[in-house]
Design a protein around this ligand. Structure first.
Ligand code: ATP
Length: 248
């Protein structure tokens, strides 16, 4: 099966001349369907840039980005917008739910924005899948942080995207809520795999949290914009130790 998303020799520089920063330097990595990869590294090592380039939110200066089987390196903006709506889901540290809308309305929002006919059953199923089938009429302020993040995950998954990009998804949660969210992400890549004949979903997650990273299938490490290591099946302790050596 081809990768859900792939970076080939990607470079990204910001600014020019003396103030130029190389945020990504010759990065090649493939994220296969049905896998969950954590991206770690010291502050400023290029994690967000990698996520943004892989999701078509930022442009590579060199190299290629292949998303859901398409080369998006030089795709026009409207094509990227369409691709993001149909093939990608996003989860952020601060949930980014719309406060005035109920959980169901928040989950339905991507369909509305994409101009897709609203499928209420799909919305209800997405909320039930994250254990919030009875909270559809609640607004974000009536939900705990962990519940809000689960609504955000339901919203990200309702269109059954090929890739879920998560940026510090547990960063604002207590350890118990974080564990629930991580367990949910595990079911996304495992149990949902191939449901409805759809391709297995893939998660790419930026995190500073070794516990969250250890829940993924593999952890890749960036330093100064370069991929420097990859650990599979590592414990949180091993991940933390590896990160510490990069931060020295
Ligand atoms: N829009 C921008 N303009 C100029 N420089 C940028 C821009 N975005 C990122 N950078 C620089 O690129 C490098 C990588 O930044 P990036 O945000 O990808 O790192 P990060 O690993 O996500 O950091 P953190 O863990 O602190 O969020 C940094 O040196 C940063 O200052």
């Amino acid at each position: 099966m081809p990768p859900a998303v792939e970076l080939r020799s990607v470079a990204r520089r910001y600014g020019s001349g003396d103030t130029s920063v190389t945020a990504l330097d010759d990065v090649s990595i493939a994220f296969p369907p049905g896998t969950w990869t954590a991206v770690m590294g010291p502050s400023g090592s290029g994690k967000s840039t990698l996520l943004h380039c892989a999701a078509g939110l930022d442009r590579a200066d060199e190299g290629q980005i292949i998303l859901a089987g398409r080369d998006i390196t030089r795709a026009p903006e409207h094509v990227l917008t369409e691709l993001r709506r149909r093939s990608l889901g996003f989860v952020f540290q601060n949930f980014n739910l719309v406060g005035a809308l109920t959980a169901e309305q928040n989950v339905a929002l991507p369909m509305r924005l994409a101009g897709v006919r609203l499928d209420r059953r799909a919305v209800k199923r997405a909320l039930a899948d994250v254990g919030l089938g009875d909270r559809g009429n609640h607004r974000p302020r009536e939900l705990s942080g962990g519940q809000q993040q689960r609504v955000a995950i339901a919203r990200a998954l309702v269109t059954r995207p090929a890739v879920l990009f998560a940026d510090e998804p547990t960063g604002a949660l207590d350890s118990r809520s974080a564990r629930t969210v991580l367990e949910l992400m595990r079911t996304v890549v495992d149990e949902r795999t191939g449901q409805d004949g759809a391709a297995p979903q893939c998660i790419v997650m930026v995190t500073h949290d070794p516990v969250a990273a250890a829940a993924a299938d593999a952890v890749v490490f960036l330093r100064d914009g370069r991929l420097v290591d990859r650990l599979a099946g590592a414990s949180a302790r091993q991940v933390a130790d590896r990160l510490a050596t990069l931060e020295d």
